[in-house]
Design a protein around this ligand. Structure first.
Ligand code: MRU
Length: 354
């Protein structure tokens, strides 16, 4: 995708060095950071320098490759296992993270020597990232026909190219429809508490020249009621075997509002987000993060200082669940790289990777 007309990917691996667009300072500062060790990469995931299911899946794969890249020949596999476990413990919800780790571990295990395993690990991590980008491009092609000229589309959080290696999941059909010449207005939920919608989705749409309005999370029902929203597209962090979807907290409320207003609610995700071993949304591990993300907000003052300000009383406590689960019955369809399927056990099984 493009920033100021220049093509970028969210992340890329160059030997043992991982390059990441730092998402914590967007949209006002653009910078790329590098990690060279599995520990640095784990911290980048934990601190959300990189976030979004596909992006952290590709980052996790790169982290395991770095563990192999830096492991000594002696006890090579033990070093890799410790590195993989470090990445596994970074964030619990996005399925892509675990799929990325296993993908690179399999490549390492089938290599005959540590030297061959290092090359195989890097090649596997690069292939995993390329696959994510290709899946997201295909999601765009499958989803774009759902968007007619002049439609209003709502989205929650950021499931655009910054949340993947390229293109994105929920935003990919919007990008495809826009590039095919159809007019679309995107209603962007700001997405408290980290404001991925206000900061990242708005940044992406602006650079692609797509008309959009950032709205307070609680106002989406109003805009739907006014007839301004004809479709909702959201991403997913994990999809259970029965079609229940874990996504950024607030998604469930959007799905309820969509149902009440007759707005088709679509989930877009590559099949690396499917967890066929998880029977339903009730078994998806949901991350709870520190309460400071709710008690404080970050932003830029008029004189260009990036600062944290408290919004709650000093004595108030907060809870900060990062994801929620949307039941399958609220979902009109799941847009994958293999086509659009119903959010049912049969639909999920028909596209799941073996
Ligand atoms: O906590 P985050 O920013 O890593 O959350 C993940 C997400 O970006 C959203 O849940 C998104 O809608 C789906 S992942 C592409």
């Amino acid at each position: 995708m493009r920033i100021d007309g220049k093509a970028w990917r969210t992340l890329w691996l160059d030997g043992g060095t991982l390059h990441l667009i730092d998402q914590t300072v967007l949209p006002h500062t653009f910078r790329v950071v590098q990690t060279t060790t599995v520990e640095q990469t784990a911290v980048a995931i934990e601190t959300m320098i990189v976030r979004g299911a596909g992006a952290i899946g590709a980052t996790a794969a790169a982290g395991v490759a770095q563990a192999a890249w830096t492991a000594p020949d002696k006890d090579f596999h033990q070093h890799v296992a410790v590195g993989a476990e470090r990445i596994r413990r970074t964030r619990p919800t996005a399925q892509n993270l675990f799929v990325g780790i296993e993908f690179v571990l399999r490549a390492i295990e089938s290599a005959p020597t540590p030297a061959a395993a290092r090359d195989a690990a890097v090649a596997a991590a690069v292939a995993f990232a390329d696959d994510d980008a290709a899946c997201c491009a295909a999601i765009g092609q499958h989803g774009a026909p759902l968007i007619e000229d002049g439609m209003g589309v709502s989205t929650h959080c950021n499931a655009g190219w910054l949340a993947f290696v390229d293109w994105g999941s929920a935003l990919s059909p919007i990008y495809a429809a826009h590039r095919e010449g159809r007019r679309v207005h995107v209603w962007v939920d700001e997405t408290r508490p980290r404001q991925q919608g206000a900061k990242l989705t708005a940044f992406e749409l602006g650079h692609e020249g797509i008309d959009h309005s950032v709205i307070a999370d609680g106002s989406i029902g109003w805009w739907m009621r006014q007839g301004r929203v004809q479709r909702t597209f959201v991403g997913a962090d994990r999809i259970a075997a029965n079609g229940d979807v874990a996504n950024k907290v607030g998604t469930y409320m959007v799905a309820l509002a969509a149902k009440a207003n007759g707005v088709p609610f679509y989930v877009a995700a590559p099949t690396t987000t499917l967890d066929v071993h998880c029977p339903s949304g009730a078994q998806i591990p949901i991350e709870e993060r520190g309460d400071d993300e709710v008690c404080f907000t970050w932003g830029w003052s008029d004189d260009g200082v990036y600062q944290r300000v408290r919004t709650t009383p000093l004595t108030s406590r907060a809870r900060n669940v990062a994801f929620d689960v949307t039941p399958a019955e609220l979902i009109a369809g799941i847009i994958t790289e293999r086509g659009i399927v119903p959010a049912t056990p049969e639909g999920i099984a028909s596209v799941a990777r073996r």
